[in-house]
Design a protein around this ligand. Sequence first.
Ligand code: UDP
Length: 248
Amino acid sequence: MSNKPENLTLITDDGLRLDGRRADEIRPMKIEVGVLSRADGSCYLEWGRNKILVGVFGPREAHPRRSQRADSAVIRYRYNMASFSVEDRARPGPSRRSIEISKVSREAFEPVIMAELFPKTAIDIFVEVLQADAGTRTAAINASSIALADAGIPMKGLITSCAFGKVDGKIVLDLNKEEDNYGEADFPVAMTQDGEITLIQMDGNLTPDEIKQGLELVKKGCKEILEIQQAVLRKKFETPVEEVSEEA
Ligand code: UDP
């Protein structure tokens, strides 16, 4: 969030944003499942100008052995930005930001992954941000959810993620880069299919009423994303009835 140039208007009088969206609209999303042959599950996701690749490995024996848990799998989530993914080259290797995003994203999945079924193993989620345009942590969570399902990891449901923010004094859904740079607040959220929140963060200042209004928008956004995720997975896993009867 930086100082906005004086003549820059992020929302027109007609209520349209710079990319033509209304306040309650998410950016277009495109998803491919099973794109990596060496991963147990994978997903490539584009959301606006964000491009994210996720590979899931496991459950597999956890190494080093001292990291194993006798009663469950350990879940590991690594968020990484390619150096070419941002305007000013991102320094390779972990940063405070990437360590924080990895931690909160792992915690967003812990309530749904049935880790207790796989003691002593590890489930690794590797996120590579290839192109960043604000909202990469939410995009990565949406892609990871699909990659986990693609890997056949038992989950109580999918996790869906979307941010809301405050731009030119208005509460809007799913900030793009200009809105993230020059807006007043950014509020990423992740939730289960039942609407239970598993990640919540806030950058900037918002009143309780604005948060309430934003959470309503996020619920709407997450519902739309969940439908996209479900459609993609259905397409991959549902075998047409004719094919089943032909093989029998
Ligand atoms: N960004 C950047 N360089 C960095 C980190 C972030 O240019 O080292 C950009 C990138 O486009 C990112 C946006 O700033 O998507 C917002 O970053 P933030 O930390 O709010 O996380 P995000 O919104 O991507 O989850």
